[in-house]
Design a protein around this ligand. Sequence first.
Ligand SMILES: [Zn+2]
Length: 486
Amino acid sequence: MAEKEERKVTPRSQDFAGWYNDIILRAELADYSPVRGCIVFRPDGFAIWEALRDELDRRIKKTGARNAYFPLFIPQSFIHKEARHIEGFSPELAVVTHGGGKQLEEPLIVRPTSETIINHMFAQWIHSHRDLPMMVNQWCNVVRWEMRTRMFLRTTEFLWQEGHTAHATQAEAERETLTMLEVYRSFCEEYLAIPLVTGRKSAAERFAGAVETYTIEGLMGDGRALQCGTSHFLGQNFAKAFEIRYLDDNNQLQQVWQTSWGVSTRLLGAIIMVHGDDQGLRIPPAVASVQVVIVPIWRKPEERESVLGAARAAFAALDTAGVRVRLDDREGLTPGFKFNDWEMRGVPVRVEIGPRDVASGEVVLARRDAPGKESKRKAPIAELPARSRALLDEIQRDLYAQALARREAETRQFDDYASFQKQMEGEGGGGLADVYWCGAAACETRIREETKATCRAIPLSQQIAPGRCIVCGETASERAFFAKAY
Ligand SMILES: [Zn+2]
């Protein structure tokens, strides 16, 4: 009983936010820190971040960007150079005024993002068209002083990657912005099994200092949207502020065109909220640090050695085949407790080996995404590596398919404002609303104030006839996704 009580999690349907926090704490992904608004990444949570980071890093490098590292501290004057940038970030800045026991001559900002310091360096590194394109990425922490925080989704300090590029032409920079949007989309869909809508942001939702912001948006299990990553076309705003110029092949001085793009540890929150259930996490196999857990089961002491021997052999076979595997040979815990424990931690496949399995040369494979006896499968021990790999691939596809089906069921087209407003009523989400919008800020503001929904994305390719704006009834040439968001 004690075991059971300890494992109890707030039901997802009852209290989504409570469920979310319970999962993070019980699955030991993260913990609260003594500093308000900051969290501690525990090894199981950090392992997901590492797997995600390694794969995304590989994909980023394939586009031609290289990793660098810039300082945590930024001179305060840098932040003031781009007017909209300072306006956007001002209330969120952490400022260092003292160092070495003395007041600093110029206060230092703890980076909220690194546009300013990177562009300061770009101005010194870029001289000629031969220096372009310049493409750097950095994996680092940033600080934004948040008033309302939620683990992984909005924390005062968070981890991310930020890419910064400079190009000779506008067209090249615009192409780079969209290339990275596509890198993020394919990465999240293929690797994290999170289906996305993509598009550009409205002016109100744009990054501070950008000409255009593009976004990938996921729909979480409670019907709220989550911005999962952004790619910004910065135009020449920062190039002007930081005087980043190059000599073109006619020996004329030109300003560069720029982009920046990033995803953060927020993606861990997305994995939990898209795939998790009342039993705990469900980690997509691609990103799981343990893909298969082996649980040996015996009752009588004389069964122990043969079962453990078979379990060790199974471990070795999977390990050799490149499957990330763990053998749970902890003593003094019931198989039932272990099953619950690994379900909570979201391990995609469990292999059960008992005395009868050893005798028949078989094992039992159980799927985390499809609990219950019906989905269990027996497999000959010799086929375990191949069967596990196939099952992991199937689970990866099924998790995506399940999430996509839910996203589609929660996406609705509206023609009249009243029914749209009604859908967004209440405490929870409301799904994605797909509506004609004229693009006027006044209509967007009214939607936000009356429904709490914000413009999440305006899809890029729209082959549609003009319609009527859901708010004002004027002609609208585009549809946009609105949703309540994190
Ligand atoms: Zn309108």
